[in-house]
Design a protein around this ligand. Structure first.
Ligand SMILES: [Zn+2]
Ligand SMILES: [Zn+2]
Length: 201
C-alpha cells in the first residue's frame, strides 16, 4: 500500500512543501526532548509548537520524499554550532520545517510534525503512525505529564535501515535541500557560542 502525500506548510502559508509516500513504513514518529531541539525552538520563537515538557514532535524519513512547492525563497537554515544539525525553517514566520545533516552522505531528514497540513479527512496520527520513541527525556523541564524514555536504539536503527534502502534504490543523495555538489541551497546561520548559551535555559 502506498503512503499518503502530506502537504507541509509554515504558519503564515508563504512556504509550502510536499512530503510524498508518508506512512509508518517510510518514516518513524518520534518525540525528542533534547536540549538542542528546545534551544532551536526558542531561537525561532516556536516554543508554542512544542509538546508538553518541551518535546519536539518529529517524523524521521529520507529527503528523497520531499519536494519544495511554494515560497522557496523563504527557506532559511539555523545551526546551533558549527557542527550542529542543519535546522531548516521558513524565515517568513520562523516555522521549524526540517532537520538534516550538513552533508548528503546519510539519507536522513526529520520533519516538524506541526508543519504537516493533511487534507481534513486524513487522520495524521494514522498516516505517521504511533510514536516509536520518546528520547532525551533527561533534558525535559520538570512538570507533567510524566515521561517514559524508550526507543532510542530503535529510532537509530530505523534511520540506518532507511538509509541503506535509499542507497540500494540509488536515492540516498536525492534531496531538494542540497545542490548536485552536495552544498546546501541556503547558507545556514550558525549561532555563536554566546548566542547559543543565551538561548539555553
Ligand atoms: Zn511563513
Ligand atoms: Zn532533539
Amino acid at each position: 500500500m502506498a503512503g499518503t502525500n502530506v502537504p507541509l506548510k509554515c504558519n503564515c502559508g508563504a512556504f509550502e512543501a510536499l512530503l510524498q509516500n508518508v506512512s509508518p513504513r517510510t518514516g518513524s514518529h518520534i518525540h525528542c526532548h533534547c536540549q538542542d531541539c528546545q534551544t532551536a525552538a526558542r531561537v525561532l520563537g516556536a516554543e508554542d509548537q512544542l509538546l508538553p515538557r518541551a518535546g519536539s514532535d518529529i517524523f524521521h524519513t529520507t529527503p528523497a520524499h520531499l519536494t519544495l512547492t511554494k515560497g522557496q525563497e523563504h527557506l532559511a537554515c539555523l545551526r546551533l554550532s558549527p557542527r550542529g544539525l542543519m535546522r531548516w525553517y521558513a524565515g517568513c514566520c520562523n516555522t521549524p520545517m526540517f532537520a538534516t545533516m550538513a552533508h548528503t552522505k546519510l539519507a536522513f531528514m526529520g520533519v516538524w510534525v506541526p508543519s504537516m497540513a493533511p487534507p481534513a479527512e486524513t487522520k495524521l496520527a494514522k498516516v505517521i503512525g504511533k510514536v516509536i520513541a520518546v528520547v532525551r527525556t533527561q533534558d525535559a523541564p520538570m512538570g507533567s505529564p510524566s515521561l517514559k524514555e524508550y526507543g532510542f536504539n530503535r529510532a537509530g536503527f530505523h534511520v540506518l535501515a532507511r538509509h541503506v534502502s535509499a542507497l540500494l534504490q540509488g536515492r540516498s543523495r536525492q534531496t531538494p535541500l542540497f545542490d548536485a555538489e552536495g552544498a546546501p541551497i541556503v547558507t545556514p546561520r550558525v549561532l555563536t557560542k554566546e548566542e547559543r548559551l543565551a538561548a539555553q535555559k
